[in-house]
Design a binder for this molecule. Structure first.
Ligand SMILES: Nc1nc2c(ncn2[C@@H]2O[C@H](COP(=O)(O)OP(=O)(O)OP(=O)(O)O)[C@@H](O)[C@H]2O)c(=O)[nH]1
Ligand SMILES: [Mg+2]
Length: 447
């Protein structure tokens, strides 16, 4: 992006390492900045300035030279470090660290109420220790007007804490509603499949491709909350909220959810703020972990590790790794990469969301990996109640056979175990409701 706010990017890595500025450059573009200069330093962290003080002088000169309005630091800065660096820069030049930058992007993309609350929560969690630092400075009366935020207000910390708990409550109640909705969807016979992965891996592109190949949208009116669009763009964090679409993989009805991308080095409180968004991944029946296979293998490895770390704590679903963008990789190279990553990504599916190559293979794999349905047969008396149970079975599972002999109907179907249990209970009700009617159940045993 050009014509954005001019910014200088800066990064410190430990002594002996070399700084890679590519991701922070992409993040800066995503937030609408134009990068007009860059600087890096390999040394241990300085308590006062984060960088060495001489490096900050160099940074100041670069800012003056380029007319930058902001300095974006690809590290986590403490409140005092932010203040000290800011003190050296020309008046009005903003100091932004990696997390404030990511929050800025999220803030710009947050349209839905939930996303807005999540961003607000993360901002408050970021601000809290800074307000505390400001309070302790003000008490010592050392630096009036610390960080240009005006006079210290006794109640600010309490205020932040109260807001944090109010927002958490609201987010919790949204999360409860979403959990209820997931359960309703499961009860209607849907399998929930989530697309997860590093930002820009191609999740949204695959979502559209799978949905298209799998004839989405026939029954949109059943689920009015389904969103028809999932944007793709070569930009980090294109997707912020979650988007769910319907797909069919043969016998199974799948609801695919596209979600926010992962990024490395996020502090715990930031991930925590987005936890209900990630719940659609953690609570899925299957997770497709999308990886950009066109990147160097070391980068793929780092990003996979970040994804596994993010998933590790709470994920309950089996994971299938999907190596995407194979249109950009020649077959030998792809084989080498697959071999090198075998420990982290066993038995991956290789696809191109862009060209559609092997998307049908991915659909087959989804069908294979979803938790098994059970086969069941019910013998029901001919009655209105039985007929409505049969149509319920069509809605919630896959009916394979239906036979009538005048008095009874034999229905053979497959469904998730919870649905089979419900069907048995309903059959029992039909039996007690009808005169001496019998409901035969014989589990998965069939001849
Ligand atoms: N060459 C190639 N490009 C792809 C492929 N899949 C996606 N892309 C491109 O990669 C970029 C990112 O794709 P998205 O689908 O937006 O990625 P995402 O994972 O949803 O990204 P975020 O929502 O930002 O986390 C876009 O420019 C896509 O056109 C692919 O198979 N091949
Ligand atoms: Mg996306």
């Amino acid at each position: 992006m050009s014509d954005g706010t001019p910014a200088v990017i800066a990064k410190r890595v430990d002594a002996g390492e070399s700084a890679d500025l590519s991701e922070i450059t992409d993040l800066a573009h995503a937030a609408g900045y134009e990068v007009v200069g860059e600087l890096s330093q390999s040394r241990e962290e300085d308590a006062a300035f984060h960088f060495g003080e001489g490096k900050v002088d160099e940074l100041t000169a670069l800012v003056v030279d380029t007319g930058a309005a902001a300095v974006i630091v690809d590290n986590s800065l403490g409140p005092y470090q932010t203040y000290n660096i800011g003190g050296k820069l020309p008046e009005g030049v903003e100091v932004i660290d990696r997390f404030t930058l990511i929050l800025e992007i999220f803030g710009q993309r947050a349209n839905a109420r939930k996303a807005q609350l999540q961003v607000e929560l993360a901002e408050l969690r970021y601000e809290l220790p800074r307000a505390e630092a400001k309070a302790s400075l003000a008490k010592r009366d050392e630096r009036p007007g610390f960080m240009g935020l005006g006079e210290y207000d006794e109640s600010r910390e309490q205020d932040i804490k109260a807001q944090i708990s109010r927002i958490k409550n609201e987010l919790d109640s949204i999360a409860d509603k979403e959990e209820t909705r997931r359960e309703q969807r499961r009860e209607s016979g849907f399998d929930l499949v989530a697309l997860a992965g590093y930002t820009n891996a191609g999740k949204s592109t695959l979502m559209r491709r799978l949905a298209e190949d799998l004839e989405v949208g026939e029954n949109d009116d059943l689920h009015p909350d389904l969103d028809p669009t999932a944007e793709s763009e070569d930009r980090l964090f294109t997707t912020l909220g979650t988007t769910t679409r319907r797909a069919e993989t043969g016998t199974r009805d799948v609801l695919l959810t596209d979600t926010v991308g992962f990024v490395s080095d996020l502090p715990h409180w930031l991930v925590e703020s987005f936890k209900s968004t990630l719940d659609s991944v953690y609570r899925a029946d299957l997770v497709l972990l999308v990886v950009d296979a066109s990147e160097p293998v070391e980068e793929m490895r780092d990003k996979l590790v970040t994804c596994h770390d993010t998933l590790y704590e709470r994920n309950e679903a089996p994971i299938v790794t999907v190596l995407n963008k194979i249109d950009l990789v020649d077959p030998d190279e792809l084989e080498r990469k697959t071999d090198a990553l075998r420990a982290l990504a066993p038995n991956p599916v290789v696809v191109s969301g862009l060209t559609g190559e092997n998307v049908s293979g991915l659909a087959d794999r989804i069908e294979d990996e979803l938790p098994d349905w059970r086969e069941e047969r019910l013998l029901l008396p001919m009655s209105d109640d039985s007929m409505s149970l049969v149509s319920w079975l069509y809605d919630h599972g896959h009916v394979e056979n239906e036979e009538y002999d005048g008095e009874n109907v034999l229905v053979e179907f497959e469904a998730r175990p919870a649905i089979v249990e419900k069907a048995r209970a309903k059959a029992a009700d039909v039996r007690t409701g009808g005169a001496g009617a019998e409901a035969e159940t014989d589990g998965g045993r069939r001849n």
